[in-house]
Design a binder for this molecule. Structure first.
Ligand code: MG
Length: 276
């Protein structure tokens, strides 16, 4: 065992030397393979390109918001009660498109950090996702209110409001935007809405936006839980596509926060190739 460990030392030294450190306002980063000029965030390349450059992404968002309209119409026919109706939406990758921040991470070879994320959100320049503004105006015309339940933090409130108002997103005000206050669990915020409203539909890009059980995917990446709730998708929840990040990615790292090199190994190990 000791021999193996000794043999590994030169390899580990080479790996360590292959990392290039950047220092930009104390934000540290590392390049996985400098000789090929590959970013430490290179693994995001295809998902960000798909999100920004594929007509399929646009079509899928339009499809989801078209479906959401139909669901609202059906629920309004069913719910003749006096209770006010509400649709709950997540913000990031549901209402606002943050893919320019993801592209920036690849370009600068910086992993995600709260500090760089907040520089992006403070700029308040995110564009709405395809179809969302039309959908929100539609439900507003039907007397349904939208609530935005997001895990952006309280100190991002002003910039988030500014961004949404600039993009003419309905219900962009302090009453309808509920940001993270201590817990990223959204259940209590949903309950506070349900004191006055009937939530007829929830929309998000992360299954945890719908049900907190998806915060724990230690058992088979949460795939079995998705199976068990299959009849609720397209009924009480509309899931939007986000291949760039989410609780699905955390599940691959088993809830841990490994180094970028470790993450690369874990991702590779999680693949399911066919056996020749
Ligand atoms: Mg989101």
């Amino acid at each position: 065992m000791k021999k193996i460990a000794l043999l590994l030392i030169p390899f580990l030294v080479i790996v360590a030397l292959s990392f290039k450190s950047y220092d930009n306002s104390s934000i540290k980063s590392a390049s996985v393979c400098d000789s090929l000029n590959i970013s430490s965030q290179e693994h995001l390349m295809m998902s960000v390109l798909w999100y920004q450059r594929s007509a399929e992404m646009k079509a899928l968002y339009y499809q989801c918001y078209n479906m959401a309209k139909m669901i609202v119409d059906n629920k309004l026919k069913e719910n003749k009660a006096v209770t006010k109706n509400a649709v709950v939406l997540d913000i990031d990758e549901t209402v606002l498109d943050n893919s320019p921040y993801e592209a920036w991470m690849i370009d600068k070879s910086f992993p995600y950090s709260v500090k760089t994320w907040k520089i992006w959100t403070k700029a308040a320049i995110a564009k709405p996702t395809p179809g969302v503004v039309e959908f929100l105006n539609y439900i507003k015309s039907k007397g349904v209110e939208a609530f935005y339940v997001s895990n952006r933090e309280i100190d991002e409130r002003d910039a988030t409001l500014k961004n949404m108002i600039n993009e003419k997103i309905p219900f962009a005000d302090s009453i309808h935007i509920l940001l993270k206050n201590n817990s990223s669990n959204k259940t209590d915020r949903y309950k506070s809405i349900e004191k006055k409203y009937k939530i007829i539909l929830t929309i998000g890009d992360n299954l945890r936006d719908y049900n907190e059980i998806f915060g724990n995917r230690k058992n088979n990446y949460g795939l079995n839980m998705a199976d068990s709730l299959k009849n609720q998708f397209g009924e009480s929840f509309v899931i939007l596509p986000n291949p760039m990040y989410g609780d699905w990615e955390k599940a691959i790292y088993n809830g841990k926060f490994p180094s970028e090199v470790e993450k690369n190994k874990i991702r590779r190990a999680a693949l399911q190739p066919y056996k020749e």
